[in-house]
Ligand binder design. Structure first.
Ligand SMILES: [Zn+2]
Ligand SMILES: [Zn+2]
Length: 366
C-alpha cells in the first residue's frame, strides 16, 4: 500500500512537543509539553530550526518596559498574556500543512513573518500588518518560536527560502527587517551621505543593505573602535570614533561642511540624538530605530528653520521581509547569529544577554 500524504504527515509530527514558556513576570521560563494542534485549513505547523534571542524578549520575561524617568509600562498593559511561548525570529521547516495550503510542501525551508495584525483593518489590507492597532504578533500576543514546533495561523506569513545558513538568518525577521526598513526610509531622497549611528548588529546589517540599495556614501559613527573596524569591513566608507573630541566637525567635513541628508540612529539615546540634530543637513531626514530611549530638551524653532523630518523605524512589513530574503540569498547580508543554545538553556541565554556577553545574536536551536 502506498502511503497517502495525510499518513505521511502524521508520521512526521509527534502528538506533543516541548516549548519554553513564560509563566509569569520575572520568573525563569519553564519547559512545557504542548499538545500538537490539529490544523485548520490555512494553518501550517513549522518545525523550528532556530529562533533568535531578541532583546525585546527580555522585556516580556521581566514583565515591563522601562519608559525612563522611573516610569514603566507593564507588558500586561500592552495585552500580553501568560503562559506565553516567546520568540519572533523564527527559521524552520514546514512539518505539516492545512488542507487548503498549496504553496508550501513538507520539508520547505521557511522564515516566518511574525508581525501579524488583525488582517481586516485598512492598515492590514494595505500590507502593513506590522502597524495594525490590534497586533497579534507571534511570540508576543500568541505563542512564538521558543519551541520544537510553532503553529502558523496562515501560510501567507511564511517565506520560502534557499538561504544556506538558515539558523544564522533567523534574526532577519526582526533585526534585519528593522534595518532594511530604516535604510529604505533613509535612501528615499537619494542622499549623497547616510550617517549610521551605532555599530551593533542592526547597524552592521544596515551598512550592508545600504551599500546594496543606495548609492550614498556611508559614514558610521560609534564609540568602539573594534566594532567600527568591523563596520568598515562590511562596507562603511568612513568610520568615526566618537570617543575623540572633534568628531562632530569630522562628520561635517566629510559631508561638504553641510551635514548628511539622512541619519539612521540605531542607538537613540539623548547623546546620539543631540549629535543627530546638530549635524543633520537642512531639509534632512532623521530615522530613529534604537530602542534604548530616554528624553531630551530640544530647541523647537530649529525644526521649521531647518525643515527636517524625524521618523521612527521598527520592524517592517511582509514585503520588506520578502525583499530582504532575496538580498540575503544573494549574499548581501552576513548572518549575525554567533552563539547557539539548546532549548533547555533558554534561561542561560537570557542571563548572558542581560550581562551583555553576546556579540552579534544568540539563537536557540530547539
Ligand atoms: Zn526582535
Ligand atoms: Zn489590522
Amino acid at each position: 500500500m502506498t502511503p497517502n500524504l495525510n499518513n505521511l504527515q502524521k508520521i512526521m509530527t509527534p502528538s506533543s512537543f516541548k516549548a519554553a514558556q513564560i509563566m509569569g513576570s520575572n520568573k525563569p521560563l519553564i519547559l512545557n509539553e504542548i499538545k500538537t494542534p490539529i490544523l485548520d485549513k490555512k494553518q501550517v505547523l513549522v518545525k523550528v530550526k532556530a529562533v533568535g534571542v531578541c532583546h525585546s524578549d527580555l522585556h516580556l520575561v521581566e514583565g515591563f518596559y522601562d519608559l525612563g524617568k522611573g516610569e514603566i509600562l507593564k507588558v500586561s498593559e500592552r495585552g500580553v498574556k501568560f503562559p506565553l511561548t516567546p520568540g519572533h525570529e523564527i527559521a524552520g521547516i514546514v512539518a505539516k500543512t492545512g488542507e487548503s495550503v498549496t504553496e508550501f510542501q513538507i520539508g520547505d525551508k521557511v522564515l516566518v513573518y511574525p508581525w501579524i495584525g488583525c488582517g481586516n483593518c485598512k492598515i492590514c489590507k494595505s500590507g502593513n500588518e506590522n502597524l495594525c492597532d490590534d497586533p497579534e504578533s507571534l511570540g508576543i500576543y500568541q505563542n512564538g518560536g521558543y519551541a520544537e514546533f510553532i503553529l502558523i495561523p496562515n501560510s501567507k506569513y511564511l517565506i520560502k527560502t534557499k538561504i544556506i545558513d538558515l539558523e544564522g538568518s533567523a534574526s532577519l525577521t526582526c533585526a534585519g527587517v528593522t534595518a532594511y526598513n530604516a535604510i529604505k526610509k533613509a535612501s528615499k531622497t537619494n542622499p549623497k551621505f547616510i550617517l549610521i549611528v551605532g555599530a551593533g548588529g542592526l547597524a552592521f546589517m544596515a551598512i550592508q543593505i545600504a551599500k546594496e540599495i543606495s548609492s550614498a556614501e556611508i559614514i558610521c559613527v560609534a564609540r568602539n573602535l573594534k566594532k567600527l573596524e568591523k563596520a568598515k569591513k562590511l562596507g562603511a566608507d568612513h568610520i568615526i570614533d566618537s570617543s575623540f573630541d572633534g568628531y562632530v566637525q569630522e562628520i561635517l567635513s566629510l559631508c561638504d561642511e553641510k551635514g548628511p541628508e539622512s541619519i539612521v540612529d540605531f542607538v537613540n539615546v539623548p547623546e546620539t540624538v543631540k549629535l543627530d540634530l546638530k549635524v543633520l543637513r537642512k531639509g534632512g531626514n532623521l530615522i530613529l530605530a534604537g530602542l534604548f530611549g530616554g528624553s531630551i530638551n530640544v530647541s523647537l524653532v530649529s525644526f521649521p528653520l531647518k525643515a527636517i523630518t524625524i521618523q521612527g523605524a521598527y520592524t517592517g512589513n511582509y514585503q520588506d521581509l520578502v525583499d530582504l530574503v532575496v538580498l540575503s540569498e544573494k549574499g548581501v547580508i552576513e548572518p549575525i547569529a554567533t552563539k547557539r543554545y539548546a532549548l533547555k538553556e533558554v534561561n542561560t541565554a537570557f542571563e548572558d544577554l542581560k550581562l551583555k556577553q553576546i556579540i552579534g545574536r544568540a539563537v536557540i536551536i530547539p
